[in-house]
Design a protein around this ligand. Structure first.
Ligand SMILES: Cc1cc2nc3c(=O)[nH]c(=O)nc-3n(C[C@H](O)[C@H](O)[C@H](O)COP(=O)(O)O)c2cc1C
Length: 184
C-alpha cells in the first residue's frame, strides 16, 4: 500500500504522551502540511498558535473543565468533574487553529488544516489528538488575549501533539465500513 494510504489507515488519536518536547523543525513540518490544506475560495484563513507553556496548557484544561461542569450534557459534565481527565492530555505541544471570521468557510478551513496536520505528524512518528472540547475555553473572554488571537479571528480547535507513551496502550477504535451507497 502506498505511504499516504498507510498513514491514513494507521493514524489513531493518542491521549497518553511522553514528557518529551517536539523539535521546532518537526512542528514547522506539521504546520506546513496545514498550510497546504484546501480552503474555501482559497481564503487560506487559518492561523496557527503553538503552545508549549505547561502552565498555560494546564490552565486551559482547568478553565475548560470548570465550564464543562456547567453543561447539560451528562458525559461532558462527567469529564469536567473528573480529577483524572486533562482536556489536553498533558501534551507537550498544543496547536490552536483560528480562522478569519470573514472567510468563506472558516470552520471547514480549520478542519482541513487539522486533518492534514494529524496525517503529517503521523508520517514523521508524532502522535496527536484533535480536541473539540477546547471550545469551552475559547468561549471565555480571556481566551483571545491569552492565546494572542488576532482581531477578526476566532479559535476553533486545539490539537495535541507529542510522542505516544506506548507503555499506556488502550484500545483504539476500529472502523464501520457499512457506510457506502453507490448510485451508478
Ligand atoms: C471535531 C472533533 C472533535 C474532537 N474532540 C475531541 C476532544 O475534545 N477530546 C478528545 O480526546 N478527542 C476528541 N476527538 C477525537 C475523536 O474522539 C476521535 O477521532 C474518534 O474517537 C476516533 O478515534 P481515532 O481518531 O483514534 O480514529 C475529536 C475529533 C474530532 C474530529
Amino acid at each position: 500500500m502506498n505511504e499516504v494510504l498507510n498513514v491514513i489507515r494507521e493514524r489513531r488519536s493518542v491521549r497518553k504522551f511522553l514528557d518529551v518536547q517536539l523539535s521546532d523543525e518537526d512542528i514547522n513540518t506539521i504546520i506546513e502540511a496545514g498550510i497546504h490544506a484546501p480552503s474555501g475560495h482559497n481564503a487560506q484563513s487559518v492561523w496557527y498558535t503553538v503552545i508549549q507553556n505547561k502552565d498555560l496548557i494546564n490552565y486551559i484544561s482547568r478553565k475548560s473543565k470548570e465550564e464543562m461542569c456547567k453543561s447539560d450534557v451528562d458525559w461532558i459534565k462527567r469529564f469536567g468533574s473528573s480529577e483524572r481527565y486533562h482536556l489536553l492530555h498533558h501534551a507537550p505541544t498544543v496547536i490552536v487553529v483560528s480562522a478569519n471570521n470573514d472567510a468563506y468557510s472558516p470552520i471547514e478551513d480549520c478542519s482541513a488544516a487539522v486533518e492534514n496536520m494529524l496525517l503529517a505528524a503521523k508520517s514523521i512518528g508524532i502522535s496527536s489528538v484533535w480536541v473539540g472540547l477546547s471550545k469551552y475555553f475559547f468561549k471565555l473572554e480571556e481566551s483571545n488575549t491569552l492565546l494572542h488571537i488576532k482581531d477578526g479571528f476566532e479559535p476553533h480547535y486545539a490539537i495535541c501533539f507529542g510522542y505516544e507513551d506506548v507503555e499506556k496502550k488502550y484500545p483504539k477504535p476500529t472502523r464501520n465500513y457499512e457506510v457506502i451507497d453507490w448510485i451508478k
